[in-house]
Design a protein around this ligand. Structure first.
Ligand SMILES: [Zn+2]
Length: 326
């Protein structure tokens, strides 16, 4: 498979150097699976690390939190008894309930735990993430048993306000619906053979390949949709409901590993999505840090042009990430 990239040069008369001509260059890349473009700029601090006091903000948001132990059992909805007899799904510390604002035929929220209001990324571990994932998988299976027409499933996360999360208390979300999202459909239209070819190409080139943890293959994105993008593919599995116990644990361990790396790089906010389709696959990106007057990392490029614009190199990210995955 060809991984297409082109270098583009641009020249300006630079006021910082007496208006002499100064050339800059950047790279345009095409995602081999979806055709999405990304522009990789030289490092220019587009997404600065944060000195924001997250722990202090956690204390400020703790009182009145809907997901903390004092309120969660009174203010969160319950599943229909036909879907789950107990109304909510508990796994370890994780607790799952329906989203109070439905956006899919079946949509859930799973908190990592009522007591985990403050959960910085360096405290994510395989157990905390694994219990959350297991609760979501149980929900997706139960919803699809009850409603086979809702065959499209995905798990996703907004973590901290800049990522789109409306509540501070960390959680993930599931959607089980008759219709795919735009990106889910784009990815589902890619034949399994093309995904196998992509993974084989990245294994051979090595620069972005992070490793295979068993049944899951991890790599940094050739043409990222956002900052510090890490992707995972689960060849042989197509749906969220296919995640059996050990596979969910493996995926959770990899996710926790990636989130610990994000913490080391200075980030506190992220999005991820796990898409059902031809091959179950995951995308994970860092988002702007939480602080007053921050710059959003989603600009017209990302929202309206569907083009990533990053100043972090996928190959440098892979160098940082690889020791954690091997
Ligand atoms: Zn809380």
């Amino acid at each position: 498979m060809e991984l297409r990239s082109e270098r583009v040069e641009a020249t300006i008369l630079d006021p910082r150097h007496g208006f002499e001509p100064a050339a800059a260059s950047f790279e345009v890349r095409w995602d081999p699976l979806t055709g999405h473009t990304a522009r990789i700029l030289d490092k220019s601090n587009l997404l600065p690390p944060s000195d924001f006091d997250l722990e202090e903000f956690a204390k400020e948001t703790r009182e009145g939190c809907f997901f903390c132990p004092e309120k969660v059992f009174d203010v969160t909805p319950k599943l229909l008894p036909e879907i789950h007899a107990e109304g909510r799904i508990g796994r370890g510390q994780a607790l799952l309930f329906p989203n109070i604002q439905p956006y899919a035929r079946h949509s859930s929220v799973a908190i990592y735990g009522p007591d985990l209001h403050y959960l910085p990324l360096d405290r994510m571990d395989a157990r905390i993430v694994g219990d959350n994932l297991a609760a979501q998988v149980e929900f997706v299976r139960a919803a699809q048993r009850y409603d086979p027409e809702a065959r499209w499933s995905s798990l996703s996360a907004n973590h901290m306000l800049p990522s789109g999360s409306s509540l501070f208390h960390p959680h993930t979300q599931a959607a089980v619906d008759p219709y795919p999202t735009t990106m889910q459909k784009l990815l589902a239209d890619v034949p399994a053979a093309a995904i196998a070819d992509y993974l084989e190409t990245e294994r051979r080139l090595g620069a972005r390949h992070l490793g295979r943890t068993g049944r899951v293959e991890w790599l940094t994105s050739f043409a990222p949709v956002g900052f510090n993008e890490i992707r995972a593919f689960v060849p042989g599995s197509a749906a969220v409901g296919d995640l059996d116990g050990s596979l969910a644990e493996e995926l959770a361990a990899g996710l926790a590993t990636a989130l610990n790396l994000y913490a080391e790089l200075g980030f506190q906010s992220f999005n991820w999505a796990l898409y059902s389709g031809t091959v179950l696959n995951l995308r994970l990106v860092t988002r702007s840090n939480l602080k007053p007057l921050y710059r959003s990392d989603a600009a017209y490029f990302e929202r309206l042009h569907w083009q990533g614009m990053v100043d972090t190199s996928p190959e440098e990210l892979a160098e940082r990430a690889r020791p954690r995955f091997s």
